[in-house]
Design a protein around this ligand. Structure first.
Ligand code: COA
Length: 171
């Protein structure tokens, strides 16, 4: 059984493990601890609640900021052994619902140009490419693709799919 909830300090070892497996320049435990203290920052985990007595653990997480009328997604990651089970999809929907509840106009994020899996995931949920930040990632100077999800101004509570999943990849 899985459920989404706010990250507690006790989840941080799992979060750091997921992060290390997922990113070239992983954030440290200290950075995540600081996120937990920032008023505008949200760190939510997908928690596995096993029924066989084994320990509860976080298998995926989403880190995002609420700044006025915008949610900015910093990270979504799933443990390598738990991928392709819909965890990132559930977390992304959770973040979009959060943004709708807070009457946000936009959800934004950056993703590596080479990260086709993430680009596809975000496109499938209505994000579209709105820009490129050249040499954005300091460790290898890869470009960041900037993606935007826009809520329908006529009905901000409804999640409108503003992107076209068939949209071409950025040049
Ligand atoms: C991107 C990432 C978060 C996806 O997590 P996930 O929990 O496996 O995602 P889901 O199971 O919800 O998959 C959603 C969709 O993404 C696509 N997808 C996921 N993994 C894929 C893969 N290896 N190859 C092709 N498509 C893939 C599929 O369309 C999938 O839907 P489907 O399984 O119904 O076909 C995960 O691969 C990850 O942690 N990557 C490293 C960190 C990262 O790049 N984060 C995003 C940048 S912030």
């Amino acid at each position: 059984m899985y459920e989404v909830g706010p990250c507690q300090e006790a989840d941080l070892d799992d979060v750091v493990d997921i992060e290390r497996r997922a990113f070239k320049a992983p954030w440290t435990r200290q950075i995540f601890l600081e996120e937990l203290c920032r008023e505008w920052a949200y760190l939510d985990v997908m928690r596995e609640r096993p029924t066989d007595g084994t320990r509860e653990r976080a298998v995926a997480f989403a880190n995002y900021w609420l700044v006025r009328d915008e949610v900015h997604i910093l990270n979504i990651a799933t443990h390598t052994e738990q991928r392709r089970r819909g965890h990132a999809t559930r977390l992304l929907v959770h973040v979009l619902e959060f943004a709708a509840r807070h009457r946000c106009k936009y959800v934004t994020l950056e993703v590596r140009r080479s990260n086709q899996v993430a680009l596809g995931l975000y496109r499938a949920h209505g994000f579209r490419v709105v820009g490129v930040r050249p040499n954005y990632y300091v460790e290898d100077r890869e470009d960041a693709i900037v993606m935007l999800f826009e809520f329908d101004p006529a009905d901000p509570h409804r999640r409108e799919h503003s992107g076209d999943p068939r949209e071409r990849d950025p040049e």
